[in-house]
Design a protein around this ligand. Structure first.
Ligand code: EPU
Length: 346
């Protein structure tokens, strides 16, 4: 185990914010974590788990010891007439893993193509796109307790998945409370890819592709290519323009609240949910408040999708947070809705 000092983090966060980790350890296996925990200086120190850095806003140098997840490997674990069970190390790049599964003939993750970040980060926020959420394809994961060094396995129920949410996003106030944020590091994730494969096509952008091409029964590879094309057209590539994907969650309101807003704003984009609530498109709300293309310092609102905040070059985490707060205030003043940020502010 090597502890690196004063490590630049710009390349390790998709916003491209300039900051340093005072101490950083690359974790390639659970042994690396166990060695760190046994270290008299760094073992007891607070820790921060960094995956692909695609869902964080760094607002200064990171003081906790950064655990950079670099656990690799991908394999077929089990195969039955009902499903393929496929496993990947937490440090694998998510999109490369999705591409590999399709190349191997393990279809089912195609709607989740091109999501930035790592395999280990995918259950943390229960990534989702074009009608599929990670929880729909999840089997189990292995993690390591950052206090005891013991490894354990969680199934979907134990991960407590919600919309862009899981047990890994909650901090337990005391021993035994709900929440594993800062307490556990994900090592490996297993996915259940049901057989026979069935495409998930309901999403408007995908239906548009079907109409444009006339293809009514697309293969998984075809859906993958459509998803990549839609994302590339709408969302900035973090390697070119720093960003963390959607900055806010899409809020839900009661049907009464929704009717109230529709009476004032007939064009509002809304989707009725199975539980009776109504989901609103946060991108539409922000766009309606005139934020598209606007900036605070070097942090801005992406021109083609108002839900995405971008680094126009040299933005600080503080500028991103200030912009996010200004957006929250104007959406609240106009619609009475509080937008909840998706990324974690560090
Ligand atoms: N809209 C606008 N103006 C905008 C942006 C959006 O009017 O500036 C409208 C669109 O026209 C559309 C609606 O809002 O009618 C929804 O937009 P879109 O289809 O782009 O999806 P979204 O709800 O904004 C969500 C996810 C994305 C995911 C897409 C596709 C959240 C917070 N975001 O975005 O996830 O890729 O659906 O499934 O749920 C991410 O989490 O980082 C992410 C990119």
């Amino acid at each position: 185990m090597i502890v690196e000092q004063n490590v630049p983090l710009q390349a390790h966060n998709s916003f491209g914010i300039v900051a340093k980790a005072r101490a950083l350890v690359r974790v390639r296996s659970q042994d690396d974590v166990q060695q760190l925990l046994a270290d008299p200086e760094h073992g007891p120190a607070p820790k921060f788990v960094l995956g692909g850095g695609s869902n964080i806003v760094i607002t200064g140098d990171v003081k906790p010891v950064v655990l950079k997840v670099e656990v690799l490997g991908r394999r077929l674990v089990d195969e039955s007439p009902r499903a393929f069970i496929v496993e990947a190390g937490a440090g694998e790049n998510w999109h490369d893993f999705v591409t590999w599964t399709l190349e191997q003939g393990f279809d089912g993750l195609e709607n989740l193509a091109l999501i930035p970040g790592t395999v280990g980060a995918s259950p943390v926020q229960n990534v989702g796109a074009y009608g599929v959420e990670l929880q729909d394809r999840f089997e189990s994961l292995d993690a390591i307790d950052l206090v005891t060094g013991k490894t354990f396995t969680l199934d979907a129920a134990q991960c407590a998945f919600g919309y862009r949410d899981s047990v890994f996003k909650h901090v337990a106030a005391k021993e035994g409370d709900f929440g594993l944020a800062g307490r556990a590091m994900i090592l490996r994730v297993r996915f259940r890819l049901p057989r026979p494969w069935k495409p998930v096509l309901g999403y408007a952008d995908i239906e548009r592709k079907m109409q444009e091409t006339g293809i009514q029964e697309p293969s998984a590879r075809q859906v993958y290519e459509w998803v990549c094309a839609v994302r590339a057209a709408k969302l900035p590539d973090p390697r070119v323009i720093g960003n963390a994907g959607s900055f806010f969650k899409n809020p839900t309101v009661s049907p009464d609240q929704c009717q109230d807003i529709i009476a004032r704003e007939p064009n509002i984009v809304h989707y009725p949910m199975a539980d009776g609530t109504v989901k609103l498109a946060a991108g539409w709300l922000i766009d309606a408040c005139g934020w598209k293309g606007k900036s605070v310092g070097n942090a801005g609102v992406y021109e083609r999708q108002a839900l995405v905040l971008v680094n126009r070059g040299g933005a600080t985490g503080g500028e991103v947070v200030t912009l996010a707060r200004a957006i929250q205030t104007s959406v609240y003043e106009r619609f009475g809705i509080r937008l909840e940020p998706e990324p974690v502010v560090v």
